[in-house]
Design a protein around this ligand. Structure first.
Ligand code: 5AD
Ligand code: SF4
Length: 455
């Protein structure tokens, strides 16, 4: 090995990439390499990329180009690409972006050898899938202490017709429940109050006899853990047992991200989503019946080939009816390898798709704001996450439903769950002050204690 180096990782895309950056950090730390926050101080610069839409991909390729300046200014600097674009473009990136190494999502374990080989003058591309690699034994290097991402599975077997993920992250691979629970316990020992179980479709988790509700329920009972979240869910595998788990464990947050993608059955079929709108409605009804206060968020794609005004109207109507707390709306982007990219007929013009996106965003803004305004005057439990970006003497955190709250306070509050009386809203940020007299979490813990006592 050629000695410890300072490394910098810049991450784009989903939470899975954020978790993977921590995994790469763990691999590099084990070899004595040191993390820095400024690429100008680094000897190794890694861009951890996203390929989900063409725009995301172009943006990261542009950013790799900019980061090349560090190589020009300091000739010893090594530049590499990780993540989904690394898998998608592989060795093409060597020429396209003048990088020294390319590591796909299944090759992070080999980063130290890659750096050694690069030091010997090689340009290295490791972009093969591995059937077995799930990083079970590797400890991520977490930067955030009070909220931890826990990857429970990698890859996706759903093959929605528009989605590149099965091609960049490969087939589904689940970790063992023992390994996951052990990682959760260690994260709690290190200060985590909240964990988020992560996977492209956590609901299809399976390991031996364990399915996702089993795993979620076991994680929810880890000593000292206050909040558990999970993302992302596919409606097809969203079962009554999962809803029961959410309803029965006070530590499982009342927030579900349940992507619908479209409100039209015709488009859902073309997207190969496996579910219909009626099926989706039933899942929502089941969830809301069992967990009335549950926040719901979603992903929607507009401008999928063949989407007519009537199909779009069906999406608009569904969003008006479901009334999500939050929605991410995307313009469809054709991606390599995907079956939808081969559709040449009925392509929706870009301007029309953008208009649809804006209409849904405007609808959602109204609905989302109404939910947030309902919180003004109430007391919410807030996990304080860190100092607020703007404003001295302010800290920011989030509620169980994942709304951001800013309140007066200092670093001593970080990692605490405090009862906050909400006093106002600006944009999508709630404001408030600590109010320790009333806490829903306190009530829940009391309920639990009473249950224990009566058992
Ligand atoms: N074009 C636009 N949006 C996409 N998504 C996935 N693939 C595409 C694509 N080709 C969206 C889906 C998914 C979210 C993570 O990204 O809504 O749920
Ligand atoms: Fe992509 Fe569909 Fe898998 Fe989600 S479930 S990652 S949209 S293929």
């Amino acid at each position: 090995m050629s000695g410890p180096k300072r490394y910098y990782i810049e991450t784009y895309g989903c939470q899975m990439n954020v978790a993977d950056a921590e995994l790469m950090g763990g691999v590099l730390k084990r070899e004595g390499h040191v993390r820095v926050d400024d690429p100008a101080e680094a000897e190794v610069v890694i861009v951890n990329t996203c390929a989900i839409r063409d725009h995301a991909e172009q943006r990261v390729i542009g950013r790799v180009g900019q980061l090349n300046m560090h190589k020009l200014e300091r000739p010893g600097v090594r530049l590499g690409v990780a993540g989904c674009v690394a898998k998608e473009l592989g060795k093409e990136l060597l020429e396209l972006a003048h990088v020294d190494f390319v590591v796909g999502p299944d090759s992070y374990r080999h980063l130290p050898e890659v750096l050694d080989r690069v030091d010997e003058g090689e340009r290295v591309v490791l972009d093969r899938f591995s059937r077995s690699e799930n990083y079970e034994d590797l400890e991520p290097y977490r930067i955030e202490r009070c909220a931890a991402w826990i990857t429970i599975m990698r890859g996706c077997d759903k093959f929605c017709s528009y989605c590149i993920v099965p091609f960049t992250r490969g087939r589904e691979k689940c970790r063992s429940p023992e390994g996951i629970l052990e990682e959760v316990r260690r994260a709690v020992q290190d200060g985590a109050r909240e964990v988020t179980l992560l996977g492209q479709n956590v609901n299809s988790y399976r390991s031996g006899d364990w399915d996702f509700p089993d795993l979620l329920s076991a994680v929810a009972q880890v000593d000292g853990l206050r909040r558990v979240r999970f993302t992302t869910s596919h409606p097809w595998d969203f079962t009554p047992r999962l809803v029961d788990a959410i309803a029965n464990h006070p530590t499982i947050c009342e927030h579900v991200h349940l992507p619908v993608q479209s409100g039209s059955d015709r488009i859902l079929a073309a997207m190969r989503r496996e579910h219909t709108v009626a099926w989706y409605r039933e899942r929502v009804a089941m969830l809301r019946e069992a967990v009335p206060g549950c926040a719901l968020s979603t992903d929607v794609i507009v401008g999928f080939p063949g989407e007519t005004d009537a199909d779009f109207q069906a999406t608009f109507d569904l969003m008006s009816e479901v009334r999500y707390n939050f929605a991410y709306v995307f313009v469809y982007s054709p991606r390599p390898h995907t079956p939808a990219a081969a559709i040449r007929d009925d392509v929706v013009p870009h301007e029309a798709a953008v208009e649809r996106l804006e209409a849904l965003n405007a609808l959602q803004r109204g609905i989302g704001t109404a939910y947030l305004l309902e919180k003004v005057g109430t007391v919410q439990d807030v996990l304080v996450q860190g100092e607020a970006k703007r404003g001295l003497g302010l800290v920011a955190g989030w509620t169980e439903q994942r709304e951001t709250v800013v309140l007066p306070g200092d670093r001593a509050l970080v990692g605490e769950i405090v009862a906050v009386r909400i006093s106002g809203l600006s944009g999508i940020t709630l404001h408030g002050e600590v109010d320790r007299t009333d806490s829903r979490e306190g009530e829940k813990l009391l309920e639990l204690a009473m249950l224990d006592a009566s058992a």
